[in-house]
Design a protein around this ligand. Structure first.
Ligand SMILES: [Ca+2]
Ligand SMILES: [Ca+2]
Ligand SMILES: [Ca+2]
Length: 278
């Protein structure tokens, strides 16, 4: 895993043993369940919360009405083929939380897609924001050598930094630490996760440095219809601080407490008034 760790740190591209197009398998983590996989199962105790709201659902091409229900992306991952919202080719959606994600050790959240096996992988870019205005994109790498067609197969070891790397029920992890220092983003207070479908015909590119032959086209199954593009099941929070909103009863206590303080303050100022004249 030394290669993967170093690649993630963006410092080791010179270490790549062969040009990606000649590699039988890529350098990145393998499918869920295999040694070295970074997939996180939906029932993992690492999850402390789930996305509970959405905004800006923009439907891309090729989505039937039956797959246009964004509420199915909220709450815990279902891990099946149907509890999802389809983004369509080039579509997107932004998920929100009852609180904020923060940068703890390792992965901070994970994105779940509905792939029915380890190789029919529909991919998406992942952007995060603290204020809902400035979004910062996770770097992604794709070494898939060429177009894969509408029912195509992708080797997950050729994919990094893209949601949809793993089969249904298994989240693709994202580490906010990779984005530390990005202008306009507080990695310790991230309230928005935007998922943007990759149009997999080769028109979208990864972030592999030009100095080492990049960027490379990102290929995924294309064209497809019905539930085209990325199918979002859920976004699971790992490092998550729930918003502290007082319960209604607490509001009443708070209000009565403030009223008491006000009365005390008035009594005290009356008592102090004579001495203030001295
Ligand atoms: Ca982290
Ligand atoms: Ca799909
Ligand atoms: Ca779901």
């Amino acid at each position: 895993m030394r290669q993967l760790t170093l690649l993630a740190s963006l410092t080791v591209f010179a270490w790549l043993p062969v040009p990606p197009a000649q590699a039988a398998a890529g350098p990145f983590a393998p499918a869920a369940g295999q040694p070295g996989s970074t997939a996180i199962g939906k029932d993992d105790s690492a999850f402390t919360g789930w996305a509970t709201g959405y905004r800006d659902y923009v439907i891309g091409a090729g989505v039937d009405s039956g797959f246009q229900t964004p509420q199915l992306a909220l709450g815990k991952a279902a891990g099946n083929s149907y509890d999802i919202v389809s983004l369509g080719e080039g579509g997107r959606i932004t998920l929100t939380f009852a609180g904020a994600l923060f940068n703890g050790p390792g992965a901070d959240f994970a994105v779940f897609e509905n792939a029915f096996n380890d190789n029919f992988l529909e991919l998406a870019r992942v952007d995060v924001s603290s204020d809902g205005l400035t979004f910062v994109r996770f770097p992604a790498y794709s070494f898939t050598p060429g177009p894969v067609g509408g029912f195509g197969s992708i080797d997950p070891t050729n994919i990094d930094g893209l949601a949809g790397k793993y089969r249904q029920g298994h989240g693709t992890p994202f580490d906010l630490g990779l984005l530390a220092g990005s202008p306009g983003l507080d990695v310790d207070h991230v309230r928005y996760v935007r998922i943007v479908d990759v149009v997999g015909d080769g028109s979208a590119f990864d972030d592999f440095p030009a100095a080492y032959g990049g960027p490379f086209p990102i290929y995924d199954p294309y064209p497809s219809t019905g539930s085209a593009g990325f199918d979002l099941d859920a976004v699971g929070a790992i490092h998550f601080a729930a918003a502290t909103v007082p319960e209604p009863a607490a509001w009443v206590m708070l209000a009565s407490g403030i009223a008491c303080l006000g009365a005390l303050g008035r009594r005290r100022s009356r008592r102090l008034a004579p001495s203030a004249l001295v």
